[in-house]
Design a protein. Structure first.
Lengths: 86, 207
């Protein structure tokens, strides 16, 4: 689904989604083709689901997101160093 | 300001104020190479900080992979009596739920003094040239890492903005305590990348 379709299907919802196709524009991540993984009651629940799935499938492009966002354009930042335990 | 040193890592107590409540976190890791401050969401649950629809989400891409975090403006942050108001911090999911502390500069969990360094990562600012160095067995293995050291991580912000020159360009090395990314310790310093590559050819091929 496109993000606009996700928003239409899940208005005003917290979701964990997976970007099946995406591209980067400079330092902005842009999700092109999206799959809804789970609908969550609130942001805390979405973050918990994201964290659990991210640990399990670190290679998948999972995002916790609210459908009030008009686009799935996400600022990207490079991190040099070691990330946390997962 | 009193910094507590554990295994060559600096820790400091931090006081966060948000929504009228104040939370004291005792062991925040100081990473002088960080451009932003990221805390584990687990250490701020008592402040009621969770993702909200209006929060910015950021995608952090590093040697260890990709992670999404959200940012929120705190009322104030205070370290050793020095207070700054209206500070934006990032919150993410490092560590185990309900367990580990947050760490400025994005680091992982574990208690001070429990870090075991086993591998150093390095890469240039575009991530095109990177690799790692394994330390031999032994406690505090990070101490033995020497090649190309030129200083500390205070150059890091300029590194991000500056031109990408491989030869002689400083890079930042992070040291983890496990080979599988389970560790969270960050130990960064500037080095001469060319000399590192001469001595330790990157094991990870350039993209």
């Amino acid at each position: 689904m496109k993000w606009t379709e996700v928003r239409a299907a899940y208005p005003d919802e917290w979701l964990v989604v997976e970007a099946i196709q995406f591209h980067e524009e400079g330092e902005v991540f842009v999700g092109d083709e999206i799959t809804v993984v789970e609908k969550c009651p609130d942001g805390a629940a979405a973050f918990d689901v994201y964290r659990r799935l991210h640990r399990q499938y670190p290679e998948r492009e999972l995002v916790f997101v609210h459908t009030s966002r008009e686009t799935l354009r996400i600022e990207e930042r490079r991190w040099i160093g070691i990330r946390a335990a997962s | 300001m009193k910094l507590v040193l554990h295994d060559s890592l600096m820790f400091v107590p931090v006081s966060l104020t948000y929504g009228g409540a104040t939370l004291q976190i005792e062991d925040i890791l100081v990473d002088t190479g960080s451009t932003t401050t990221l805390l584990s969401i687990d250490c701020v649950t008592t402040l009621g900080i969770h993702p909200e629809a209006s929060d910015s989400i950021r995608r952090i891409r590093g040697v260890g992979g990709v992670e999404y975090v959200f940012s929120r403006r705190m009322d104030a942050i205070a370290i050793a009596g020095h207070q700054t108001e209206s500070v934006e911090l990032e919150f993410g999911g490092p560590g185990k739920p309900g367990g580990n502390r947050g760490k400025p500069g994005e680091t992982g969990g574990g208690k001070p003094g429990t870090h075991r360094f086993s591998r150093a990562f390095f890469e240039d600012r575009r991530g095109r040239n990177r690799g790692h160095i394994d330390f031999p067995e032994g406690r505090n293995r990070g101490h033995i890492w020497k090649p190309g050291e030129t200083g500390d991580t205070s150059i890091f912000p300029s590194l991000l903005r500056g031109p990408a020159r491989l030869s002689g360009m400083p890079c930042v090395v992070g040291v983890s305590r496990s080979l599988q990314g389970r560790g969270g310790a960050v130990r960064s310093r500037s080095v001469d990348l060319a000399s590192v590559f001469r001595e330790f050819p990157p094991r990870v091929p350039a993209n």
